[in-house]
Design a protein around this ligand. Structure first.
Ligand SMILES: Cc1cc2nc3c(=O)[nH]c(=O)nc-3n(C[C@H](O)[C@H](O)[C@H](O)COP(=O)(O)OP(=O)(O)OC[C@H]3O[C@@H](n4cnc5c(N)ncnc54)[C@H](O)[C@@H]3O)c2cc1C
Length: 599
């Protein structure tokens, strides 16, 4: 039972994912003209194929990658990824999976983003560290497609699509973490008018490695005489190897990895301090327009990072479930003569497993829904439908990132609890999942920053029109319940209770946004949690309804899971109202001790 290689296997939960994709709007998206060449069976085929690759090929590299980690050769400056990851990455490039969700004109597979996000989930469940490389590369493609010049798109996108070249995101500096207005890296034009970028970036994921022949760094820097703060930032594409117009590698650029960070988890993913020393770069988008351009990359990555919560929790769930079936402790109640039972027969262990499973599904539904809106925002048939969908992408992104990553960490921690002491022992592999998933609540904008973004920017947009529209949709489903039958009784009741708290909390946030900012900031995280739980409860209910049409054999299970999630998780939402409504007084009324310790 301590043997991680036997119990810690990942099997892609394709049937679950297919149902959850329907809740995310797959049917509606496949009906759009842009995807007319696809049908449901194509999606299922692609998912099954990638699921096999993730489970059989990528999954087994997770533990060895953690033990070996990436390493910096100080003499040459090269970063070596653990050997099994290099082999798997080469197979990933050869198979072309990385291109699946991108436009055919650049060599992509033309699948909706919604299907692409399901691939990302399986990749992250199989090996979070390696999947980060793909996530950053795909986010870099999104950025270049939206902001790159025609020449930049033609040069970089096809090679990033295949994964022959990889992408990175270079924002963070020692003095510029959450506060990007402090970025000090500089870009100046040389005598021939070419941009030269200088500065030191820290914490750069896959900033240097030996899995690809080139690395395409997207770097925020400040041009001469730029205004201070984020308004003065510009975005540059700085390749590790400089390239000719036809993509041939010319020579090494002046970019190097100074050190790798030692860290709690994701050991196989190199987290690099990067030095740019008058490195040759090109401006992407307008000068001083860097933060808007970088937000294209960050918003894409925020969904992918949020998804790491449910993805790792899914793997932890599968491991905990197998363990609970085998581990014998205690006696089953009511059995004569008393016999030893598997721990799965104990009500509290079943509670833990169901708690994990339902919260990871709720997180997945939230992320799939946000991604479904991304497809609609690009491809819906009228401008009104596209801008409505974009409004929901904007509103849902911070909640999906923060709520799902936190819920994924909590579920993974519960998985460790199911294993008892064995969970704390490294050989089982469960401890790695907990160490790995912890980062998702921190990077790509901490969850605290997501909550602030939600209440100060996303909620008040167009006088709260979009949050009101969302709450009306939830209320409609909560109120129009067939109360005479027992179908989803708990789900409807608990959701109505949560809405009764969420409505006044939303008005409180909207009314105080302009003149009582401290009140809004004090309740931001509690508000995000309340909204995340309510959305989760709503989507679980919709999943139970959707299953009747798309997976009738699982409809009764989906109903029970919605009922369980309502009582175990959503019912806690009502308690959050006080933390939101009491505002800043709740925090400022309690002085912290004069100093951190009591000498
Ligand atoms: C493993 C790893 C990989 C990473 N990968 C990348 C990468 O590829 N590229 C990249 O550019 N960066 C990367 N980062 C950096 C990451 O995005 C930052 O660490 C993160 O944004 C937080 O910044 P910080 O660490 O400076 O924390 P700080 O900004 O110092 O925040 C510390 C705490 O204060 C809170 N806080 C800060 N400001 C406010 C505020 N205004 N209001 C309320 N609370 C606030 C935060 O929520 C947090 O809890 C990575 C980090 C790690 C650890």
């Amino acid at each position: 039972l301590l043997d991680g290689t036997r119990l810690d296997r990942y099997v892609a939960p394709i049937a679950d994912m297919l149902l959850d994709l329907q809740v995310g709007g797959l049917n509606e998206i496949l009906a759009l003209p842009a995807f007319s060449q696809l049908d449901q069976s194509d999606v299922e085929l692609a998912l099954r194929e990638f699921g096999r690759f993730a489970g059989n090929v990528v999954g087994p590299t997770n533990g060895p990658g953690d033990v070996k980690g990436s390493a910096l050769d100080r003499t040459s400056g090269a970063v070596h990824a653990p050997a099994p990851l290099c082999d798997v990455y080469a197979q990933y490039v050869k198979s072309g999976w990385g291109a699946a969700q991108f436009p055919a004109e650049y060599g992509g597979g033309g699948l909706p983003s919604l299907v692409g996000i399901a691939f990302q989930e399986m990749f992250a469940s199989a090996n979070l560290s390696l999947s980060l490389n793909a996530v950053l590369t795909q986010s870099a493609i999104e950025l270049l497609l939206a902001w790159g010049s025609e020449a930049q798109r033609a040069l970089y996108v096809p090679r990033l699509l295949t994964g022959e070249w990889c992408g990175t995101m270079n924002l963070t500096e020692t003095e510029a973490g959450s506060d990007l207005g402090e970025v000090r890296s500089r870009a100046v034009q040389d005598s021939s008018g070419r941009w030269r970028v200088s500065g030191t970036k820290i914490f750069i994921t896959w900033g240097e490695h030996d899995m690809a022949e080139n690395i395409v760094h997207l770097v925020l820097a400040r041009t001469p005489h730029a205004p201070s703060g984020t308004k003065g930032l510009s975005l540059f594409v700085v390749p590790k190897m400089t390239v000719g117009k036809d993509g041939t590698l010319v020579g090494k650029n002046t970019v190097r990895c100074l050190r790798l960070e030692r860290k709690l988890g994701i050991h196989a993913s190199p987290t690099c301090a990067m030095e740019f020393d008058e490195a040759l770069g090109e401006l992407v988008g307008p000068e001083h327009g860097g933060i808007a351009a970088m937000f294209t990359m960050m918003n894409a990555a925020r969904i992918s990072i949020g998804l790491q919560g449910p993805a790792v929790a899914e793997r932890a769930f599968q491991h905990a479930y197998r363990y609970a079936l085998e581990r014998q402790q205690g006696r089953a109640s009511g059995v004569v003569p008393p016999t030893r039972s598997s721990i799965i027969d104990h009500p509290d262990v079943r509670r833990m497993l169901l708690s994990m499973r339902t919260s990871l599904i709720a997180g997945r539904l939230l992320l799939y829904s946000a991604t479904g809106y991304r497809d609609l925002a690009r491809e819906a048939t009228t401008p009104e439908l596209r801008s409505r969908a974009q409004a929901f992408v904007d509103l849902l992104t911070p909640v999906a990132k923060a709520w799902s990553s936190d819920a994924g960490f909590a579920a993974t921690s519960t998985g460790l609890q199911v294993l008892g002491g064995a969970g704390f022992i490294e050989e089982t592999g469960m401890a790695q999942h907990l160490r790995d998933v912890r980062i998702a609540s921190i990077y790509e904008g901490t969850n605290g920053i997501q909550a602030i973004d939600l209440v100060t920017r996303k909620l008040p947009r167009e006088q709260g029109q979009w949050i009101h529209a969302l709450l009306d949709d939830i209320a409609h489903d909560a109120e129009h319940s067939p109360r005479s039958s027992s179908f989803l009784t708990e789900s409807h009741e608990v959701l109505s209770d949560a809405l009764a708290v969420l409505r006044p909390a939303t008005e409180h946030m909207l009314n105080r946004a302009e003149f009582h900012r401290e009140d809004v900031l004090s309740g931001a995280s509690a508000y995000l949690e309340l909204l995340g739980l309510t959305l989760g409860g709503w989507l679980m209910m919709r999943r139970a309804e959707t299953a009747k049409t798309y997976r009738p054999e699982a409809a009764s299970q989906a109903e029970s899971e919605s009922e369980f999630f309502a009582t175990e998780h959503v019912a806690r939402a009502s308690g959050l109202g006080r933390a939101i409504l009491t505002g800043v007084g709740r925090l400022s009324g309690i002085p912290l001790p004069d100093q951190p310790g009591y000498p």
